[in-house]
Design a binder for this molecule. Structure first.
Ligand code: DGJ
Length: 442
């Protein structure tokens, strides 16, 4: 009997350990404290045996810079919130009511210092700078030094990225083409080394087998588009425009590039694409992440298939959520309408359809007595129709819980910077096909 119990405990633990490695795309993630992981326009630094995720710590209320956050993880799945490493400043380029985006951090090999670069702007995006901050420790307080200079003048650009080459040199990538090499201490710009004709926004670079790949998006504000890439055998170029890396029309699996992390797996390095699925204006809770392994073979770069769940340790597709399903096929755009379901603890998943008429729902989990444990916005808008996972709850201890999905009568919609183009949803629909009570902690 004791042996059987021991075997059962061991197999459950193994099952938990294996499942704990799963990355779910396009849904809110929770950190070790149960708070939403808020790291947009992000990058990851591998340092001291851990992954360090830096990103925009967005709010649900306004686009004003609320700080850059840092999380750490041993496995890319379970994240610990470290701290806000760069808060709103008293004044200057990241003072109150400014914009701070696309934070990128690199460890300078010469000085050992951590160097952070970012896009800083005013709320109308009319006062762009590339800012620089440094810290002696990766998760410490970063000191903002102001705009980074080139030829004594600040760079007045917006979307940016960084790339660290295998020889230790650091590069700053800028929207629409310029690539700058940083000085040995990464604190200033040494030279402009290339200008990639045909580039768009959100630059991200990696190198595999001696070939450089540069990813970029078209200019469509927070809306997703078919991102594309360039290749070159030297950073200085010539850069060759290659085309889309996701199937055309998927809008980069409904995301915008921000960074590529080289994953070291089984004597191979697999580039992991990191993208943002924006959700303006409720970015803190409803904007999500799309992270997927890329196939890079010579000049061919592709993410041929969307995996809503994959194993980060093996870089392999996982079967999506399994468990006790309840089919709802519930559609409403009437503010206040709600769908409720009870469950007995564990995790509950929501599957639904999104399209150009989707709106925001709030999803809440409460005890049977009505006390709300968690509540957040989930976006049912996507320019291209899709059906898939919209939410997976935290793991709750055994008990009586109620899941409530409520139509808010609000939508993800916004204008471009010049206020001439309207983007986003034209409706308020919330479309839930099914909910799943999950058997294991996947
Ligand atoms: C697109 C950029 O890539 C984002 O970082 C952000 O600046 C939005 N534009 C704002 O519209």
């Amino acid at each position: 009997m004791v042996r059987i119990i021991l075997l059962w405990i061991m197999s459950s633990l193994l099952c938990l350990a294996a499942n704990a490695q799963v990355i779910h795309n396009g849904i809110p993630w929770f950190d070790e404290q149960g708070n939403i992981i808020n790291a947009h326009g992000a990058c990851i630094v591998e340092d001291g045996g851990r992954y360090w995720l830096f990103g925009e710590y967005k709010s649900d209320e306004s686009n004003a810079f609320p700080g850059f956050g840092c999380y750490s993880s041993a496995d890319l799945v379970n994240w610990r919130f470290e701290r806000i490493v760069l808060p709103v400043q008293k004044d200057g380029i990241l003072g109150p009511d400014r914009v701070g985006e696309r934070v990128k951090v690199m460890k300078c090999p010469k000085t050992g210092e951590y160097v952070m670069l970012m896009h800083a702007d005013d709320l109308g995006y009319n006062d762009p700078y590339i800012g620089i901050a440094t810290s002696p420790t990766i998760n410490g307080d970063y000191t903002l030094h102001g705009p980074i200079l080139f030829d004594g003048k600040p760079l007045r650009h917006w979307d940016m990225g960084t790339f660290q080459d295998t020889d230790g040199k650091g590069y700053l990538l800028i929207h629409h083409g310029p690539i700058y090499r940083l000085s040995d201490d990464y604190r200033s710009i040494e030279a402009k080394v290339a200008h990639v004709e045909g580039m768009g926004e959100s630059p991200a670079m990696f190198k595999k087998n001696g070939l450089y790949y540069l990813l970029t998006s078209n200019l469509t504000s927070w809306e997703r588009n078919d991102n594309y890439y360039f290749t070159a055998s030297s950073i200085e170029g010539p850069w060759k425009k290659q085309g889309y890396f996701c199937p055309e029309g998927t809008l980069t699996w409904n995301s915008q590039s921000t960074f590529v992390l080289p994953l070291r797996r089984d004597n191979d390095t697999i580039p992991m694409y990191m993208g943002d699925r924006w959700s303006y204006p409720h970015q803190a809770s409803a904007a999500t992440y799309v992270w997927l392994p890329m196939k890079a073979e010579g000049e061919k770069l592709a993410i041929p298939e969307y995996w809503d769940a994959w194993n980060a340790a093996k870089a392999e597709k996982k079967l999506s959520i399994q468990g006790r399903e309840q089919v709802h096929n519930w559609i409403s755009d009437k503010k206040g309408d709600c769908l409720e379901r009870e469950f007995d603890g564990g995790r509950i998943a929501v599957v639904g359809k999104t399209d150009g008429n989707g709106g925001y729902a709030t999803i809440s989990i409460s005890y049977a007595n009505g006390k709300v444990l968690d509540k957040l916005f989930v976006d049912f808008y996507s320019k291209i129709p899709d059906e898939g996972l919209r939410f997976v709850s935290k793991n709750y201890p055994k008990g009586k819980y109620r899941l409530r999905i409520e139509v808010t009568g609000t939508q993800s919609a916004w204008y471009n910077k010049k206020k001439t183009i309207r983007y986003g949803s034209h409706g308020y629909l919330v479309n839930v096909t099914k909910t799943i009570e999950m058997e294991a902690d996947v």
